[in-house]
Design a protein around this ligand. Structure first.
Ligand SMILES: *Cc1c(COP(=O)(O)O)cnc(C)c1O
Length: 432
């Protein structure tokens, strides 16, 4: 049982990948986080969800399952991911010490793989041979296609037709990994439509098919299960922070799209009242502009994708179009547990605009030598803002949820827009 603990890597804790929080008991047995969560699906799916819940309840305490999960996280993903002191950025802000949890160093480049491995192992145990998933920017689709290749499972990924065009690189990645990508032409042809279509597939093929949801959303038990699989992030921080910084952080900051990387780092800290939890939503072009994806900050309670939560909806309950410079935060809902944490005050939620996130992106590149995902840049922007108001005795831990290689195109387009353009009269021979 003894393992060598590497400072900053918390190796001993890889053994305990599924964190059990003993001072916080959410959700209830029907998946309610207060008034949020629950199960809002057609009758045909109730049985499939029951079966899933039973399998998960059994396996979450099964030593064989937990060992296999730990080994996959260690040898395939490369966990534990380090906690890292962002020294130059901390110095520049002149306040609290800023630390990053380096989920960008995982195989496939983000936190999503933690959850996908857990659900794929569950699917194998349940004897399912076909995996389906929804994807927006393609990150969850790539993680799912990756694990299906590793485990020899058939993989179908639903993706909005507009996203298929915008995220061509990730489509090629999924195909290289052996997945079938199905463009969804209905609705706004983006993530929410892909999710609807995946649900439809599941209803028809429940016998042999497992639906891997990519965030802490969907009907119970998904929000709980995805949180548990992602809790390895915070679980590792519990041992790494004392090793690296001498104690636990004062503030934990994470970006919130559906909310899975945030729940993963928050969950093990929920019982510790001395740790402040801050979720950062996509403020887009500003809340007043209406062009944003801040469901908790600017939304209201409603039902979407099988659960009750905060949504961006018009007065008639129609889902509104959202906007963010980062595709991974561009979702009109949010996981129901965040809705509960907001209402109870255990976590607070703020917004960061596109421009602020881009500034943090560039700062992180130049000051730390790390190219962060634009999603993660929202968390970094708020962490830097917060740090500047505190003293060096304070510690801010930000979840660096993924790397930014996928965002090169978006960032270079933005840079081109802000550069002065040559005037019409001087550009006669421009080749456009
Ligand atoms: C998908 C993604 C997110 C947003 O998803 P959550 O479920 O809110 O974590 C954040 N960061 C990265 C790098 C992503 O790929």
């Amino acid at each position: 049982m003894t393992e060598l603990a590497t400072p900053g890597l918390g190796a001993a804790h890889a053994a305990n990948a599924l964190h059990r929080n003993h001072s916080y008991h959410q959700p209830d047995t029907l998946g309610h986080f207060g008034p949020y969560g629950g199960i809002f699906v057609s009758e045909t799916l109730i049985h499939a969800l029951d079966e899933l819940q039973q399998a998960y309840d059994h396996l979450r305490d099964d030593p064989g399952f937990l060992n296999e999960l730990r080994d996959e996280l260690r040898y395939f993903v490369g966990r534990p991911s380090p906690v890292y002191h962002a020294r130059r950025w901390s110095d520049q802000m002149g306040g609290a010490r800023i630390y990053f949890k380096r989920e960008d160093l995982n195989h496939t480049g983000a936190h999503k793989i933690n959850n996908v491995i857990g659900q794929a192992l569950l699917a194998k145990q349940m004897g399912k041979t076909r995996i389906i998933a929804e994807t927006g920017a393609g990150q969850h689709g790539v993680a799912t296609a990756t694990i299906c290749a590793r485990f020899g499972l058939k993989c179908v990924v639903y993706m909005g037709a507009d996203d298929v065009r915008r995220q061509a690189q990730n489509v090629i990645r999924m195909q290289l990994l052996g997945a079938q990508v199905v463009p969804v032409e209905s609705g706004s042809r983006t993530l929410k439509d892909a999710l609807n279509e995946a649900m439809r597939d599941w209803v028809t093929n429940v016998e042999d098919t497992f639906y891997i949801i990519g965030t802490v959303a969907g009907p119970h038990p998904y929000p709980m299960m995805v949180r548990d699989f992602q809790s390895v992030i915070g679980q590792e921080c519990l041992t790494q922070m004392p090793e690296m910084a001498g104690r636990q952080p004062d503030h934990v900051v994470a970006c919130v799209g559906g909310g899975s990387n945030a729940m993963g780092i928050f969950y093990p800290y929920i019982g510790d009242a001395s740790v402040t939890l801050v979720g950062v939503e996509a403020g887009g072009e500003g809340i007043d502009s209406g062009r944003h994806a801040a469901s908790l900050t600017a939304g209201s309670s409603g039902v979407l994708h099988g659960n009750r939560t905060y949504l961006l909806q018009d007065p008639k309950g129609q889902i509104m179009d959202t906007h963010s410079v980062s595709a991974g935060l561009d979702y009109p809902g949010v996981g129901p547990e965040h809705a509960w944490l907001k209402d109870t005050g255990r976590a607070s939620y703020v917004t960061v605009t596109d421009d602020e996130a881009l500034q943090a992106f560039h700062d992180c590149c130049r000051l730390e030598g790390i190219i962060p995902a634009l999603e993660s840049s929202h968390a970094l922007a708020h962490a830097a803002k917060l740090a500047s108001t505190l003293s060096p005795q304070h510690i801010v831990l930000a979840n660096l949820s993924g790397r930014g290689d996928k965002d090169m195109h978006t960032v270079s387009e933005r840079l081109a827009q802000t550069r002065p353009q040559p005037s019409q009269s001087h550009s006669n021979n421009a080749k456009d």
